[in-house]
Design a binder for this molecule. Structure first.
Ligand SMILES: *Cc1c(COP(=O)(O)O)cnc(C)c1O
Length: 433
């Protein structure tokens, strides 16, 4: 990949050469981080997150709005605290994320609880905590909440996440706004949803919401979705409801390779008139846009091998650390932390996990690699650590936050013995059978 394509990716990530020629993030040499905490390690740049948040925030101009960070993209408490301090709300999808958001300092009323399968336990915990509103995704969920609120002593605000039935060009696993998928209430059930709210004593409609998918690079599907939200808003008002929030969801895409991401200004511009006329506070729920480019995964080459005419580099980060290539055929740019300038060759960069799908890149054009070389996998700030697992009994990686020349571990690498700490070796030992 030529420097012309790589440059914007490095700039997006806050990466630049240090005086010694090696790659630095936010003024911190990545080699220093790797030498201290080991690899694999996720490194996030606070400066990039602030920049992203500020750019999106300013794109709204004077429109009343709130950026609710989608916690699932990267739920480390330090990342959450940073965004909370900037004024973000939080969009969560589980009771675990609720506890994280509260622990990181989000005010309960600034938290929106989304997700298709909230359990009674999660719903009751959210109500008890005074969560801003519950975005409901089915009539069944709405009825369940109506029942649970009977035990409740104050009103619970719900948002109806509708399925706007719009198609967004993205990977099928991250398209969520098409009819027939599990997400959202179909538009033809909206009237019935309003009736359930009417009939419940302690429930009110706080928001009309959508989330059409992820890694979206055009404004058109948002415009189409927004038009449908406005129709439903009208329908809700006619039925006597007064929701104060229109929630457009997240999904704003980033550059992983040579995409042209939608600039927040270009995202909001075609929506602005509709936002204004709605009279509502506009919520957006970006995850990837705020943190995706802000993170790299550091990994070292363990071995090299040749097989079937292919050059293979086995690195110490696997699909358990970064599952996106295996799950979505995702492209992540991989750059050597110490650039060599040698002519490019084609390399398969694979992990140590016992799965053929365990790769970071296939036939990637890059300078030759040697054992011990340190690599930075770009675009790993979102859906990286958050989707990582202990598959193959591998400890999850360390996480590091860089901020303008300083750096700190924000989650130490897991200890291997912790992985089986709670397991019971011989459950029936000494018992009659
Ligand atoms: C995943 C998700 C988001 C965030 O998606 P990004 O593509 O990371 O912006 C927002 N809202 C809901 C309901 C989600 O499920």
């Amino acid at each position: 990949m030529g420097p012309g394509v790589l440059d914007p990716l490095l700039a997006d990530a806050g990466l630049a050469p240090a005086p010694d020629g090696s790659l630095a993030m936010g003024g911190v040499r990545l080699a220093e981080v790797a030498d201290t905490v080991g690899t694999p390690a996720f490194v996030y740049d606070a400066g990039t997150m602030r920049l992203r948040y500020g750019t999106l925030d300013r794109a709204f101009g004077g429109l009343p709005h709130r950026i609710c960070y989608a916690v699932k993209a990267n739920s480390n408490l330090a990342v959450l605290r940073l965004l909370a301090r900037l004024g973000a709300g939080a969009d969560i999808v589980s009771g675990g994320e609720m506890l994280r958001a509260l622990a990181a300092g989000f005010a309960p009323q600034d938290i929106v609880f989304s997700g298709v399968g909230k359990t009674d336990e999660e719903l009751l915990a959210a109500m008890a905590a005074g969560i801003g509103h519950l975005n409901i995704e089915s009539l069944a969920e709405l009825r369940r909440i109506a029942m649970l609120t009977d035990f409740h002593d104050h009103d619970v605000a719900v948002g109806i996440r509708v399925n706007p039935d719009v198609t967004a060009e993205t990977h099928p696993y991250i398209a969520t706004g098409k009819g027939g998928l599990k997400f959202g209430i179909p538009r033809d059930q909206f009237a019935e949803a309003l009736e359930v709210i009417d009939a419940a004593g302690r429930m009110r409609l706080g928001a009309v919401a959508m989330h059409i998918g992820s890694q979206i690079l055009q404004a058109a599907p948002y415009v189409a979705g927004m038009e449908r939200l406005l129709e439903l808003l009208e329908q809700a008002r006619t039925a006597g409801h007064a929701p104060g929030v229109l929630d457009l969801g997240g999904g704003l895409g980033i550059r992983y390779r040579d995409e042209v991401p939608l600039d927040p200004g270009a995202w909001i511009a075609p929506l602005r008139g509709m936002m204004q006329s709605s009279g509502c506070t506009i919520h957006v729920a970006p995850g990837r846009y705020l943190v995706g480019s802000a993170g790299v995964l550091l990994t070292r080459v363990v071995f090299q091998k040749h097989s079937g005419g292919r050059e293979i580099a086995v690195v110490d980060a696997g699909m358990n650390d970064l599952v996106r290539p295996a799950l979505y055929q995702a492209w992540h740019e991989i750059v050597p932390v110490q650039p060599s300038g040698a002519p490019m060759v084609r390399i398969d960069v694979v992990g140590p996990v016992c799965e053929t799908g365990d790769f970071l890149a296939i036939e990637r054009e890059m300078a030759p690699l040697a054992q011990g070389d340190l690599l930075a996998v770009l675009g790993a700030g979102a859906y990286g650590f958050a989707m990582s697992s202990n598959y193959n009994s591998r400890a999850r990686a360390a996480e590091v936050l860089v901020d303008d020349g300083r750096w700190a571990v924000i989650r130490p690498r897991e200890r291997l013995t912790d992985l089986f700490r709670d397991e019971v070796t011989d459950p029936f030992a000494g018992k009659d059978s």
